[in-house]
Design a protein around this ligand. Structure first.
Ligand code: GTR
Length: 428
């Protein structure tokens, strides 16, 4: 599959040049790290590994053949990119720290649950914050995602426990000043109004986001034993699965309808969680970029070398072998997206987020569509790349919205439209 025909449009080079000229005129150029490529015409020619051909060269053309090919691809990502995580520990404890059936002025039932990975007092753990709609009859579908700075940052609710964070300089106690600081990324009342529950966990509780040689966080349970063992993204994804273990037993949550979502590094994490754990019923990537939805071989914006250098703890050590050698990767990120099939998958980009390569995110979803189609589902097919703010909602959903690298109310509304479509049969 050659890169120059990758979006399947005739005359793509000429068209790309035109689009670029227009884009340069229309988009106020954001400050993006210097020294990287943001020029579509400088994207090198590349060949993507074929999703529907096994390692021994046979074509995968029957739905029944997909399972074995899926295992092969999952194994490659595990060994070469994210690293393999251990299974759930034999004893995971769930302790309800707080429950209030009249939270948020009566709109929600709030629960805070401590999840501890083992029997001992020293075992690592994390706190899950869950809001379900107060008046809901029965169990409700739920959006689950990690947050960047502590559960207390997602809403001003004064009852959310302050989360301490572990940094390179030591423990930083959670502070009142940060309460609600990331609330624009978590429109909880709106989700409740639309009949959804929202659950979140602080990523730093699962694994602090710095390179400590994989000793703290969940890596304490099993420090990597080889270059193919889990990095931080795999650790975070593992934490999402443990959150799902809890949610599947909560009486107010429909554990068969949990969507996992994440932004940026946590979007990469949502994708890996959805790949490893097929209990996640919908998978949503918000601006996940390099190591997430974007095709690595395009080398547009962030590159493999840069991500491994700047964040040496995110991936398995083995991934360093591909620094500056993207073409040697046995996978590319369209194959990660394909691992979600046939479950609904949503990929979202932002116009000004060139570092994350919006076009590479779209192309990746488009290439993954081949697997959806093999399985009788609707991928992005041959629809042209949609214009700004014009979502495509099929079994793969995609939008590019105006604006920057962020999760906005607009993004959430589309994710809820997508969940309505798949879970409530709202054709639109
Ligand atoms: C950037 C990183 C991206 C993205 C982002 C984020 O510095 O280069 O890959 O993950 O951080 O998570 O906000």
């Amino acid at each position: 599959m050659a890169g120059s025909i990758a979006d399947g449009l005739p005359g793509v080079r000429i068209r790309a040049a035109l689009v670029l000229a227009l884009a340069a005129w229309a988009v106020p150029l954001q400050a993006q790290p210097e020294g990287f490529n943001y020029d579509e015409s400088a994207v090198p020619a590349y060949e993507l590994p074929e999703i529907l051909r096994t390692a021994d060269g046979s074509a995968v053309d029957e739905p029944a053949e997909w399972r074995a090919r899926r295992e092969e691809i999952l194994g490659l990502f595990e060994r070469e990119v994210y690293g393999a995580a251990p299974p759930a520990p034999p004893e995971v404890r769930f302790e309800i720290l707080d429950e209030d059936a009249g939270a948020l002025g009566g709109l929600a039932r709030r629960k805070q649950v401590r999840i501890t990975f083992g029997a001992s007092e020293q075992a690592p753990g994390m706190d899950l914050l869950l809001y379900t709609p107060a008046g809901a009859q029965g169990q409700v579908p739920t959006f689950l995602g990690l947050n960047f700075r502590g559960n207390h940052t997602v809403h001003e609710d004064p009852s959310i426990l302050l989360a301490d964070s572990v940094t390179e300089d030591g423990v930083r106690p959670g502070s009142e000043e940060d309460r609600g600081r990331s609330a624009s990324r978590w429109p909880i009342e709106r989700a409740l109004e639309r009949g959804y529950a929202v659950a979140t966990v602080y990523s730093g509780h699962v694994d602090p986001d710095f390179d400590d040689g994989f000793r703290n966080g969940v890596h304490a349970l099993r420090p990597p034993r080889s270059e193919n063992d889990w990095g931080t993204i795999a650790g975070w994804a593992w934490g999402l699965s443990r959150a799902l273990d809890y949610l599947q037993g909560d009486p107010h949550v429909d554990g068969t309808r949990v969507a996992v979502l994440g932004h940026s590094r946590l979007g990469k994490t949502a994708l890996w969680a959805g790949a490893v754990d097929e209990r996640f019923a919908i998978v949503i990537s918000n601006n996940s970029g390099c190591g997430g939805a974007a095709l690595s071989r395009r080398r547009f914006g962030e590159t493999v070398e840069r991500i491994n250098t700047r964040f040496p703890h995110w991936f398995a050590d083995r991934f360093n072998a591909y620094n500056g050698r993207e073409d040697d990767l046995p996978v590319d990120q369209h194959m990660l997206l394909a691992l979600m099939a046939p479950r609904p998958l949503y990929v979202a980009s932002a116009e000004e987020d060139l570092w994350a390569d919006p076009r590479g995110e779209y192309l990746s979803a488009r290439h993954a569509s081949a697997v959806y189609e093999l399985l009788g589902r609707q991928g992005l097919g041959d629809a042209p790349r949609p214009p700004l703010n014009r979502p495509v909602l099929r079994d793969i959903g995609y939008h590019i919205r105006e604006g920057k690298h962020d999760v906005t109310a607009y993004d959430w509304e589309r994710y809820m439209d997508f969940a309505d479509l798949h879970w409530r049969g709202d054709g639109r």
